[in-house]
Design a protein around this ligand. Structure first.
Ligand code: UD1
Length: 343
């Protein structure tokens, strides 16, 4: 058995897939999650997939007292993968303080605990939202950052900055931020996937829910963009490819292979697909015709973005391998498997 890794937000969408890959790679895992947007049953499903039940502590990271108790109980943590955060772009516009309080306090408390309990490494869950609409595509890590269009996006950018400043002030702490593009898809077992509570904001859960009949039609937000078919372009990436890159990032830190105390990498496939291409691919892999209507643009949406992934490919020795068909097929299988038994 290798080192023990703390995964905050480990019952969430990307967190749960990462826990599975960590266990598969023989790591000992402990999860902290407040279950504000996930379910304890995810732990049982991780057990079904891996044959191992990760340790689990339920609390919110803003509670410093509980975090102290946690680190007094688990004295053998080698690294932290920090996912736990509120993540709805729309909700963050309506409730900015909830987002600033939760996302920033969690991150600050964890960094404090890292100093206090001598945990040297953190991998942080960031987002391509920090680039806004880049001038040059594919976007590299050195593109200028722009003010994100939502409080959610701001919290990602501010957390990155806080983490960087802490690594500058403290030579015992090193960190890697992973800037995800658009994570979609689910585990091949269909036991874990993206659990959208309420109406989903994101494209693929909305598509699969429309496909299965929960939503009447998909609203396509704009077809008058300057793209080949007029719809927005994104770099969609399979959630298991994202999970895999966390293992690489943790191993880079644990093996002292990082080239700076603070590093950041794009995590995408390097290929952009339009909203319309996603719809067509969904129809192909599911064999279902999707109801959709073209509506006006959604405020805050950027026109097009895809990643230059060469830095992550080289430095992390990682490359995304799963294609759009597989992403949408696993998302669809998850939708079909999950709905009838759980809702
Ligand atoms: C958003 C966040 C990003 C986050 C990602 C995944 C911003 C600006 N973006 O990305 O940080 O990582 O979610 O959680 O903060 N669309 C439709 N109909 C729908 C839903 C979406 O046409 O019902 C279109 C959108 O207009 C967009 C594309 O699909 O062009 C992707 O949208 P979405 O899945 O919400 O992701 P992003 O906004 O790209």
């Amino acid at each position: 058995m290798k080192n023990r890794i703390l995964v905050t937000g480990g019952t969430g969408y990307i967190g749960s897939h990462t826990v599975v890959e960590l266990i598969n790679a023989q790591y000992e895992v402990v999860i902290i999650d407040d279950l504000s947007n996930s379910y304890a049953s995810v732990i049982d499903n991780i057990l079904k997939i891996t044959g191992k039940k990760p340790a689990f502590e339920q609390f919110n990271l803003c509670d410093k007292k509980l975090l102290d108790q946690f680190f007094k109980k688990y004295t053998d943590i080698s690294a932290i993968i920090h996912f736990a955060a509120s993540k709805s772009v729309n909700e963050s516009v309506e409730k900015p303080l909830k987002y600033y309080r939760n996302n920033l306090m969690s991150c600050i408390n964890l960094l404090d605990a890292m100093r206090e309990y001598s945990v040297p490494y953190m991998v942080f869950s960031s987002s391509c939202t920090v680039y806004g609409q880049p001038e040059k595509l594919p976007v590299t890590e050195y593109a200028p950052l722009q003010t994100p269009s939502s409080p959610y996006g701001n919290t990602k950018q501010i957390c990155e900055k806080i983490i960087q400043d802490v690594t500058i002030s403290n030579e015992d702490i090193s960190a890697i931020s992973l800037r995800y593009f658009n994570p979609i898809g689910a585990h091949t077992s269909s036991l874990i996937g993206e659990l959208s509570t309420g109406t989903p904001d994101n494209l693929v859960p909305y598509i699969t829910q429309t496909g299965i009949g929960i939503r009447e039609f998909l609203r396509v937000f704009g077809n008058d963009y300057d793209t080949p078919d007029g719809t927005c372009i994104r770099d969609f990436i399979h959630v298991i490819d994202i999970a895999d890159v966390h293992i690489k990032a943790v191993e880079r830190l644990l093996g002292n292979k990082n080239k700076a105390q603070y590093e950041f990498f794009n995590v995408g496939t390097g290929r952009g697909y339009s909203v319309m291409e996603v719809i067509k691919t969904f129809e192909k892999v599911s064999g279902k015709k999707l109801n959709y209507k073209i509506l006006g643009r959604r405020p805050g949406d950027i026109e097009k973005i895809w990643a230059d992934t060469s830095l992550a490919n080289k430095e992390l020795e990682w490359v995304a391998t799963r294609d759009l068909d597989e992403m949408l097929l696993t998302a669809w299988n998850w939708e079909k498997h999950y709905r009838p038994v759980n809702i």
